[in-house]
Structure formats: structure tokens, C-alpha cells
Ligand binder design. Structure first.
Ligand code: IPE
Ligand code: IPE
Ligand code: MG
Length: 237
């Protein structure tokens, strides 16, 4: 059963350009789509949704675009809060969120605090997030906090990641058609199934999510082992 879906919400800029709109308008349309897709995921029985909203590399973008995105975070956190409360949804963030402007941090912290006991569905928003930054942050936390000099195991390393209690994503969806990871969840995606669609994020809806889930259902996850048929053969040999 699929528990955790991660999404690289890409293509807002191209969606806007195709319509003669500014990139920031694309981001606005993209931000609205988050609640549509989160509602659909929740109703389909998924428990965790991790969405890539702003990467550590996205700080390189023009100041006007970055500030439009930071403004959208404030709007998203405050406008979605009543719905998240009503639907038993918990909001969390991953990333170097201390880098965000104060208004964005305040709105997020308020929503995180108010929704912290909701347990029906969890949305993790990746903000100023980089997979490498997360690994380096974990290493530095180990150097600061860990007393033992014993070698670190994989299971223990996980405890130092941003959300250690989160199961790894089963499925990673990327919209906008690019076949790359762009520094998303490098540790956690090690055995995720990947699904890339050319659909731009503002156009990605319930049917597109269902198509991604149908693709996932048809796959065999082997985690480095053998498939059911061959493992039977191996047992007989
Ligand atoms: C994704 O859309 C949103 C962010 C990276 C913030 P883009 O802005 O990257 O859209 P494209 O890839 O240029 O179309
Ligand atoms: C990935 O998209 C980051 C987010 C969706 C937040 P980008 O548009 O930044 O990725 P690249 O630059 O095409 O790899
Ligand atoms: Mg992009």
C-alpha cells in the first residue's frame, strides 16, 4: 500500500510563459494547485505528501521571483490553515527554513503549531531545501550532538535527518517533464519509484495523480532482491 508520495512541482514558469503571463503568475497558479492535489491524495488514502516548493538553488533566481514565492508561502500557510484543521491535516516543513524571510517563517510556524496534533494526513513542504544540504546538516548535527565514537549506522544516520519519523517516499512524481532529481530527498529517494509527466504543475490534477498511482501499482519493487518468480527458483536450487 502506498503511504508516501513526493512531488517535484515543476513547470510553473513554462505554464505562465505559454499563456503570456509572468512567471510569478505561474507560481500563483501552482500554489493553488497544492490544495487540489493534497485533497485528492488524502482521499485516495495516501498518508504523507512531500512537495518541493523551493530549493537551495532557487535562491539564484531574480529577486522579484524569489520575493513573489516568499509572499505565496505566507498566503498558502494562512489561507490553507482552516481547511487543514477541518480535514485533520498536519503541516510540516523540511529545509533550511531559517533562511526564509520573517513573514514566511511566522506564517509557517503558526500553521505548523496549530496543526501539529492532526493525524489524518501530513503535508511536508520542502523550502530552501536541498538533499545535499540535508545530509551535510545531519553530519554537522552528529558532530555537535553525538557522544559515541562508534561508527554511525544507516538507521542511526536517519535520526539526524530533518524528519526522521517519516517513511521514505514510495513514489516520486516530477511534473514539467525534466528527467532529473534536482537535489530533492537524495537520501530518502534511494528506492522510490519514479514517475515523470510532461504536464506542468498548475495543470496537474486528480486524474494525473491517479495515473501516477496506477503506474506505481503496476510495478514490481525488488529493493535489490529477486522477483517473486526467481526467488522461488532460487529457493528450489
Ligand atoms: C517550479 O516551477 C517552481 C519552483 C522552482 C519554485 P519553475 O519556476 O521551475 O518552472 P519552469 O521549470 O521554469 O517551467
Ligand atoms: C526543482 O525545480 C525545484 C522545485 C520544484 C522547487 P527547478 O526548476 O529548480 O529544477 P531545475 O533547475 O530545472 O533542475
Ligand atoms: Mg523548473
Amino acid at each position: 500500500m502506498i503511504q508516501h508520495v513526493a512531488i517535484i512541482m515543476d513547470g510553473n514558469g513554462r505554464w505562465a510563459t505559454q499563456r503570456g503571463l509572468s512567471r510569478s503568475e505561474g507560481h500563483r497558479a501552482g500554489a493553488k494547485q497544492i490544495s487540489v492535489v493534497a485533497d485528492a491524495a488524502r482521499k485516495l488514502g495516501i498518508k504523507y505528501l512531500t512537495i518541493y516548493a523551493f530549493s537551495t538553488e532557487n535562491w539564484k533566481r531574480p529577486e522579484a521571483e524569489v520575493s513573489a514565492l516568499m509572499g505565496l508561502i505566507v498566503e498558502f500557510a494562512s489561507s490553507e490553515l482552516p481547511k487543514m484543521m477541518e480535514n485533520n491535516v498536519r503541516l510540516r516543513t523540511i529545509g533550511r527554513t531559517a533562511d526564509l524571510p520573517l513573514a514566511s517563517r511566522t506564517a509557517l510556524l503558526n500553521a505548523i503549531e496549530k496543526t501539529k496534533d492532526n493525524d489524518g494526513f501530513t503535508i511536508n513542504v520542502a523550502l530552501s531545501y536541498g538533499g545535499r544540504a540535508e545530509i551535510v546538516d545531519a553530519v554537522n548535527k552528529i558532530l555537535r550532538e553525538r557522544k559515541s565514537k562508534k561508527p554511525v549506522t544507516e538507521a542511526e544516520f536517519r535520526d539526524y535527518l530533518y524528519l526522521p519519523d517519516m517513511p521514505d517516499p514510495d513514489l516520486m512524481i516530477r511534473t514539467g517533464g525534466n528527467l532529473r532529481i534536482s537535489n530533492f530527498l537524495l537520501w530518502q529517494l534511494s528506492y522510490a519509484e519514479l514517475y515523470v509527466t510532461p504536464v506542468f504543475w498548475p495543470d496537474f490534477g486528480e486524474d494525473d495523480l491517479k495515473a501516477a498511482l496506477a503506474s506505481f501499482e503496476g510495478r514490481e519493487r525488488r529493493f535489490g532482491g529477486l522477483n517473486a518468480e526467481n526467488s522461488g527458483d532460487a529457493a528450489r536450487q
